[in-house]
Design a protein around this ligand. Structure first.
Ligand code: PXL
Length: 277
């Protein structure tokens, strides 16, 4: 049976094709019952728009959690993305403890940074709280910047295989279980993903399309979780998510007005084919 009840916890950026507006349709298309917990409601995402509004929903979370527990609702997987506040991360850990079905999977995308920098809403205390969440999860999907914040390693734009190997070693030493490290490219025109499961590391390289697009990390993580819940192993799921994300970027090329996200909807049929549906 590949029909699972998944809870995804991330913000609603009303406009911007990221977080829940991406995860919910992708996971539903992947055939999964997708329950949501909005961490915050923003008028747009924070990467490129100015003057956006934010309503943090942290204080609603304890009552929602209590209600679900009273109703004996449990989830087969809990997948988190961009969270609204440091305090909220503790609530999310509590949800994972109280509402996971036996054998449930916790997948954490520590969505907090890119290109060497934290997103505007976050600070050092947020990073510390995210470490506790990430290192207790079954699978994490950091980009290189996020992996640096999680390990205290210096961020570099130019790097080689030994730098990436040290980053993965440090994640593992800190307690990370399966790691899907995104945005790892060793040669011009290519990027890829490195999957670490126990002692095994596998790299999948694919075309890099310039300029980079917003929201692709969220598209990638949702497609990864959807593939995983359809019985793919982490490496297979990482490859499918990469191929799908490339198709989303291709579908958006040639439309500079669409700088804020990718047209992930156009590539959903291809994603379903990759899942064997
Ligand atoms: O795509 C990650 C993301 C999600 N949600 C919000 C964001 C961002 C990235 O900037 O601002 C609100």
């Amino acid at each position: 049976m590949s029909y699972h009840k998944i809870l995804t916890i991330q913000d609603i950026s009303c406009v911007g094709q990221c977080s829940l507006t991406v995860a919910l349709p992708i996971l539903s298309a992947a055939g999964q019952e997708t329950c949501i917990l909005p961490s915050a409601v923003l008028s747009t995402h924070t990467a490129g728009f100015s003057g956006y509004t934010v309503r943090d929903l942290t204080e609603d979370i304890p009552a929602i959690t209590d209600h679900w527990e009273k109703e004996q609702i449990q989830f087969d997987a809990i997948y988190t993305g961009y969270l609204g506040s440091t305090e909220q991360i503790a609530y999310v850990r509590d949800i994972i403890r109280r509402l996971s079905a036996p054998g449930a999977l916790a997948v954490v995308d520590p969505a907090m940074a890119d290109n060497g920098k934290l997103y505007p809403a976050f600070d050092a205390a947020y990073v510390e709280a995210m470490k506790a969440l990430a290192f207790s999860a079954d699978i994490i999907l950091p980009n290189i910047t996020e992996a640096c914040f999680l390990t205290g390693m210096e961020y570099r734009e130019q790097y080689d295989e030994s730098y990436i190997a040290e980053l993965l070693d440090r994640l593992r030493a800190a307690g990370a279980k399966t790691v899907v490290l995104t945005g790892v490219g060793y040669r011009l025109g290519f990027t890829g993903v490195l999957v670490q499961e126990g002692d095994t590391r596998r790299y999948y390289e694919h075309r890099r399309i310039e300029p980079g697009s917003h929201g692709t990390g969220d598209v990638y993580a949702a497609a990864f979780v959807g593939a995983l819940l359809n019985g793919k192993d982490p490496y297979e799921a990482a490859v499918i998510a990469a191929d799908y994300t490339v198709k989303c970027i291709e579908a958006t090329q040639g439309d500079p007005a669409h700088w804020y996200g990718v047209k992930f909807e156009a590539a959903l049929p291809a994603y379903l084919k990759m899942l064997g549906k």
